[in-house]
Design a protein around this ligand. Structure first.
Ligand SMILES: NC(=O)c1ccc[n+]([C@@H]2O[C@H](COP(=O)([O-])OP(=O)(O)OC[C@H]3O[C@@H](n4cnc5c(N)ncnc54)[C@H](O)[C@@H]3O)[C@@H](O)[C@H]2O)c1
Length: 167
């Protein structure tokens, strides 16, 4: 099994003003990075005829938000790659899925919220559960998707978001 989790956030930007370097950087890590990891994992898994891959998308792969076009674009792309490779490899005994975390208490979010006192209140308006998620709560979903308990689950983007996308 493999979990392709590495990703970066970039500062929010008016879509008309976003620097091309920022766009290229977030695409390189979040989209090309997942593509590249999956490619090499699949070379091993197709030889062994089994495996499970989980890619890390985001609530940003399911909805749009102002000033987030580049990041959300990469997370939508993760779901596109998950679905396409998922249907391609299902007949070969390999399951590919994704998780779509809401706002989780990690260093990425601490950086994002630094100096933005209103930002947390704004996030909590949409994250119905009223708190940040814990990394362990995402890990539990990833482990389930990797396990035989999810043997009939292919190509999904599973929200783990405290109700954000249920709005
Ligand atoms: N924290 C959240 O609220 C949240 C919400 C939705 C999705 N996500 C996604 O979850 C994943 C993990 O995020 P996190 O919150 O733990 O962030 P984080 O910044 O705390 O950790 C990200 C990790 O990715 C690694 N990484 C970054 N660029 C890399 C590269 N080029 N090569 C190898 N490793 C690299 C970093 O070293 C770090 O260990 C990311 O894909 C992120 O987009 C996070």
């Amino acid at each position: 099994m493999a979990f392709n989790n590495a990703g970066i956030q970039v500062p929010p930007s008016d879509a008309a003003d976003e620097p091309i370097e920022q766009f290229d950087r977030v695409v390189a890590v979040n989209q090309r990075g997942v593509w590249s990891c999956m490619k090499h994992e699949l070379r091993v898994m197709r030889e062994q005829g089994s495996g499970a891959i989980v890619n890390c998308s985001s609530l940003g792969g399911l909805v749009g938000l102002p000033q987030r076009a580049a990041y959300h674009g990469t997370k939508h792309a993760v779901l596109g790659m998950t679905k396409s490779a998922g249907v391609e490899y299902a007949p070969r005994g390999i399951r590919i899925n994704a998780v779509c975390p809401g706002t989780i208490d990690t260093p990425m979010v601490a950086d994002m919220l630094q100096g933005q006192s209103d930002a947390m209140a704004e996030i909590m308006k949409q994250q119905s559960i009223g708190r940040l998620g814990h990394p362990e709560e995402v890990a539990a979903a990833v482990l389930w998707l990797c396990s035989p308990a999810a043997s009939f689950v292919i190509g999904i983007g599973l929200p783990v978001d405290g109700g954000f996308t249920a709005h």
